[in-house]
Design a protein around this ligand. Structure first.
Ligand code: BEZ
Ligand code: FE
Length: 279
């Protein structure tokens, strides 16, 4: 006898419609999504008015997206989903540097710079020497590692957010390690900043009584042949938003020392080693 849709067997009714030849992974992912989505509506007794609010929210989230703005990633980030997917996919052995959220402000093709060069081009902010080594789990230097770095400027904006005010490639650069695995460059001590909050995600944060701030951090993308890609940040330890990062990116192991400099060139210095995982 044909089994029609009922509240009790709603998810089974939907999942039972999939074709015989559906790709097994798509089948698994969609069946699980439908199961949990239906369970969610049942658990909270979702009203039709509430679901309309949800549809309107998702519609606005899509409508504000453009080549420069990806509101769905911000939604994923602020719901902790980006960090969860990152954690599931980047389980690392003890001692290895941990991953954190990539964020929307990386730009491919930053200038390749020499060790010790300055990435801050707008003359703003408190100068900081970043230094350390790229090493493997046994402490051996990794030669030829590519270190792609980016940060906000002293006003809390990435260059791509202010193309009319900031020099192109401000606070960005790519460095390659030599035989000793060491790196150094001069940037600024970064500042905390709000993620773009003038769209539906900002309204959601506001409704939830949440602020849109990220604690100050320097971004790193470290790649080397034979090792897993490392997407991470170092965080400034005394930042007031460390305990409430709006995208949940903070990990204890990524809080770096930022100390008054002794090098005579910069105001601050921050030493941090990146320990790569074989891959
Ligand atoms: C960032 O750190 O650049 C970032 C991460 C997630 C959302 C927005 C910005
Ligand atoms: Fe950032």
């Amino acid at each position: 006898m044909t089994q029609y849709f009922t509240e009790e067997r709603s998810a089974e009714a939907v999942n039972g419609c999939m074709g015989e030849t559906t790709d097994p992974r798509i089948r698994e992912v969609m069946a699980c999504l439908v199961k949990h989505l239906h369970a969610f509506a049942k658990e909270i007794n979702l009203t039709q008015a509430e679901w309309q609010v949800g549809i309107d929210f998702l519609t606005k989230t899509g409508q504000i997206c453009s080549g420069e703005r990806q509101e769905f990633i911000l939604l994923s980030d602020t719901l902790g989903f980006s960090m969860l997917v990152d954690a599931i996919n980047n389980r690392r052995p003890p001692g290895a540097t941990e991953n954190t959220v990539f964020g929307p402000f990386h730009v491919d093709g930053a200038p390749i710079r020499s060790m010790g060069d300055t990435i801050s081009l707008d003359g703003k902010g408190e100068s900081c020497l970043y230094q350390g080594r790229v090493i493997d789990l046994d402490g051996r230097p990794v030669e030829g590692a590519r270190i792609d770095v980016w940060s906000d400027n002293a006003d809390g904006f990435y260059d791509v957010q202010q193309p009319e005010f900031q020099p192109k490639w401000n606070n960005r650069g790519i460095f390659a390690t030599g035989a000793d695995g060491s790196y150094s460059f001069i940037g600024i001590k970064p500042v905390s900043y709000p993620i773009p909050d003038d769209g539906p995600v900002g309204q959601m944060l506001n409704r939830l009584g949440r602020h849109p701030y990220r604690p100050a951090h320097m971004h790193y993308l470290v790649t080397a042949a034979g090792f897993q890609k490392l997407v991470t940040h170092t965080f400034v330890g005394d930042d007031p938003y460390l305990g409430s990062d709006t995208v949940f990116g903070v990990k204890t192991s990524l809080i770096a020392p930022f100390e008054p400099a002794t090098n005579g060139r910069t105001q601050w210095q921050s030493t941090f080693d990146f320990v790569l995982t074989p891959g």
